[in-house]
Design a protein around this ligand. Structure first.
Ligand code: SMO
Length: 788
């Protein structure tokens, strides 16, 4: 693979499937998750949660709980009100007011599962027994759980002290005159697309362990988070502490997926208890709590329109959508990429995305792998197939005709996103070829012997990875920047320690960071050790989300490595009495390029630097570098998926027989990691597309399936066979040409499968417009249609 200009590869370890640094400890059971940290005298917290979707807390009587043997401390709403500030939102929706979101309900709870009382005891079971003794009198209030109903004038208003409706924020981004284009168009296809509420379901639920040493003014907080430095900031604000008083540590994190972005009520509560008791306090979320207390995702209703001329050239595209935020604005707010990439990979000059972020009496919605992109992909790709049918065009040719070409990039879309580079059509053509599209298109396959019909569907997407810039984020009120920061420090053993605030949550950042350092430096991969997730031992950084880590951290690592490498060569040159320009780092030594016998070990050079004994007079002692790097823009990954399904037209039962994904993540740092990231995201994508849905009873407002017994993430055996193909166009905006890769797989499964089902059932005129795609949904659609 060609290296982009300006990058240098020394050990060649970038681009190879080296074994993951993380695996040995995880496979040996030596991982350290928050629950594994067991300080002496640790206490345990349990939380009483509102059982209603909307209720006034009339009276709390915790006397009996306080008297229970083993109970040490109880907090009620007023305690939290007196001691804390409301929790902040890291990525607010522009125009949204701050809601008074406290760690315990203040008089009124706005969703089932909202914390009302917290108890600390000598064990979790005593704490839970104590909850049974807390007497809370609720007055149930009228509730609304449907996102569109919540916007009706007669809906109960959730936060009347701040807002006079449930519309948290509304805003629009766009360009041109789409309404005029709609009037001129030969054809306009439109539809209302309903996206299901799902949840990320990390294997490790949320967890927190807080310890307070008042004499030292030191609050140490272990927590399972993607953003330890941002949690520290939010905790300082809520607890009225200085940031310097807080150290957050996220050692191993058992999956984040966007759910673990920022501070949650239980984090604040555990700290308050620990500060009052001066003893460590731990809370590990149980799975039943997780379904009601951790964030949900995706739920939204999209009204989409695509206008085209008679040849199928898109003239305009619009997306007006209501997105459910639940009972509070969660730490990461609503999924904002439903606006940013609403037009997918297609050339749209005239268009807009208009969102209405809507409060409902349900668990707050937060970020989840894909962050708004699976939602819009389902809508625009369903409409592309409908447009092809209306114009009697081949859906692959229609897509190809409208895709931006490599020559048109970089290109600014109607919301201002600048697609950097890529060959979108190539992925589409490869997917069509792999799935056998031209044969299928030329002769519609006959029904199978058992009556099943076969269909093929496509989904093409462009995916934003990383952030445009700190300036872009500032305009939107984000509480973080677009950069990443690392510290590299040489040690006397001849190795490099890497310190990063990016916590380890399955994304293989330790491995990839070590690969970059090894390659830029020329030092052995094994000699690089990554220390992750501790704010007490890493530079202030942004964090692991938005598929941004390698995009931004790759540059910081490269810069820091280059700074250190330069100094190492100067120190070695002084020692060897040769010119630095004639030296190179190779494995564990520095040697002369022409005369390799002239050499010195890295351990010796590092020791000299660390002691300052034997360095040139104009050099400072020490061998350490901290750098901050902001890429020049976001990088856009892209791809096309193709699904082949067989459907029973009598029952709607269907099988995904083949699933091909052709994806471009730019320069690949570690092929096996990329493969794993794409497959993992596809598994979550298939879950959301086919089997997962959090359902609320409209009458009681309660979650109907908040347990692993009746919420169905796919197992490995449930997944269709997956065929992955890659193209590798380097991005010009990132170091090494890297694009983000962690989220892509969540995007296309819904649209590709739905399009395949609709292709199989084309003679019945079935057009699916909601997720998940289930046999029941298909059967209902069929039962409204006459057989052909
Ligand atoms: S949904 Mo991701 O962790 O930005």
């Amino acid at each position: 693979r060609p290296a982009p200009a300006g990058t240098e590869r020394r050990t060649g370890v970038i681009g190879t499937s080296v074994l993951r640094k993380e695996d040995e400890r995880l496979l040996r059971g030596d991982g350290r998750f928050t629950a594994d940290v067991e300080p002496a005298h640790v206490l345990h917290m349990a939380v009483s949660r509102c059982p209603y979707p909307h209720a006034r807390v009339l009276r709390v009587d915790a006397d009996a709980a306080r008297r229970l043997d083993g109970v040490l401390h109880v907090l009620v709403g007023a305690d939290v009100r007196a001691a804390t500030e409301p929790m902040t939102v890291l990525r607010p929706v522009p125009g949204a007011p701050q809601l008074p979101y406290y760690a315990l309900a203040q008089g009124i709870a706005t969703h089932e599962g909202q914390p009302v009382v917290s108890v600390v005891a000598t064990s979790r079971h005593v704490a839970e027994d104590a909850l049974e003794l807390v007497d809370i009198e609720y007055e149930p209030l009228p509730h609304v759980v449907d996102v569109l109903a919540a916007l009706e004038p007669d809906a109960p208003v959730l936060h009347p002290s701040v807002l006079d409706s449930n519309l948290l924020a509304a805003n629009s981004d766009g360009s041109g005159d789409p309404e005029a284009r709609m009037r001129e168009a030969a054809v306009v296809v439109e539809g209302r697309f309903r996206i299901n509420r799902v949840t990320a379901l990390p294997m490790e639920t949320r967890a927190v362990l807080a310890q307070w040493r008042p004499g030292a003014r030191e609050l140490t907080v272990h927590c399972s988070t993607q953003v330890p430095h941002l949690v520290r900031k939010q905790l300082a604000e809520s607890l009225r502490l200085a940031e310097g008083d807080i150290r957050t540590i996220a050692s191993d994190v058992g999956g984040g997926f966007g759910l673990k972005l920022g501070v949650f009520p239980e984090d604040v509560l555990a700290c308050l208890h620990a500060m009052a008791l001066r003893r460590p306090v731990k809370w590990v979320e149980d799975r039943a709590e997780h379904f009601r207390a951790s964030t949900h995702a995706r739920e939204s209703v999209h009204d989409y329109r695509i206008a085209a001329d008679a040849e199928g050239r898109i003239l305009a595209m619009t997306n007006v959508y209501a997105t459910d935020i639940g009972g509070w604005n969660s730490p990461f707010g609503s999924a904002q990429l439903s606006s940013v990439v609403f037009n997918g990979p297609y050339r749209v000059e005239d268009g807009y995305a208009e969102r209405r972020v809507t409060l409902t009496n349900k668990t707050p919605i937060g970020a989840y792998r894909g962050y708004g992109q699976p939602e819009v992909n389902f809508a625009y790709e369903r409409l592309m197939d409908q447009l092809a049918r209306r114009l009697d065009l081949d859906p692959v040719e229609l897509r190809a005709k409208n895709m931006l070409t490599p020559q048109e990039l970089p290109w600014k879309n109607p919301t201002g996103a600048v697609y950097d580079s890529g060959d979108y059509e190539r992925c589409l053509r490869m997917a069509a070829e792999a799935i056998g599209w031209s044969e299928h298109r030329a002769a519609a396959p006959a029904p199978r012997a058992d009556g099943r019909l076969v269909g093929i569907g496509f989904s093409s997407f462009v995916e934003r990875t990383g952030y445009a810039s700190a300036r872009f984020l500032a305009r939107r009120g984000s509480q973080f920047g677009a950069h990443e920061s690392v510290t590299l420090r040489a040690n006397r053993s001849g190795g490099i320690d890497v310190y990063t605030g990016v916590s380890t949550m399955g994304q293989s950042s330790e491995t990839a960071f070590a690969q970059v350092v090894s390659d830029v430096f020329g030092i052995d991969y094994a000699a690089v050790k990554v220390h992750a997730g501790d704010t007490g031992a890493s530079p202030l950084n942004t964090g692991a989300f938005a598929s941004r880590t390698m995009i931004a951290a790759g540059g910081a690592l490269k810069q820091a490595a280059e700074v250190l490498a330069g100094k190492i060569l100067r120190l070695a040159a002084w020692r060897l009495e040769v010119e630095a320009a004639d030296l190179e780092i190779a494995g564990s030594l520095v040697r002369h390029r022409e005369n390799p016998d002239v050499q010195v070990s890295l351990a010796e050079v590092f020791g000299v630097a660390i002691t300052g004994q034997g360095i040139p007079p104009d050099e400072e002692p020490g061998l350490e570098s901290t750098t901050h790097f902001e890429p020049s823009d976001a990088a856009y990954s892209y791809g096309t998926a193709a699904a082949r399904v067989s459907v029973d037209p009598h029952t709607g039962e269907f099988d995904v027989e083949r699933f091909v994904l052709v994806h471009d993540a730019g320069t690949v740092v570690n092929p096996q990691v990329v493969e794993g990231q794409v497959r993992g995201a596809l598994a979550q994508g298939f879950g959301a597309a086919l089997t997962e849905e959090l359902s609320y009873d409209p009458d009681t407002g309660q979650l109907l399936n908040g347990s692993m017994v009746d919420y169905f993430p796919p197992t490995a055996a449930d997944l269709p066979p997956i065929e992955l193909l890659h193209t590798e166009v380097p991005s010009p905006v990132t170091p090494f040409g890297i694009r983000g890769v962690g989220e892509a797989g969540t995007i296309p499964p819904g649209a590709a499968v739905a399009n395949a089902v609709c292709d199989a059932l084309a003679d019945f005129g079935v057009e699916l417009d909601s997720l998940p795609v289930t046999p029941e949904v298909i059967w209902r659609a069929l039962s409204h249609r006459a057989a052909p």
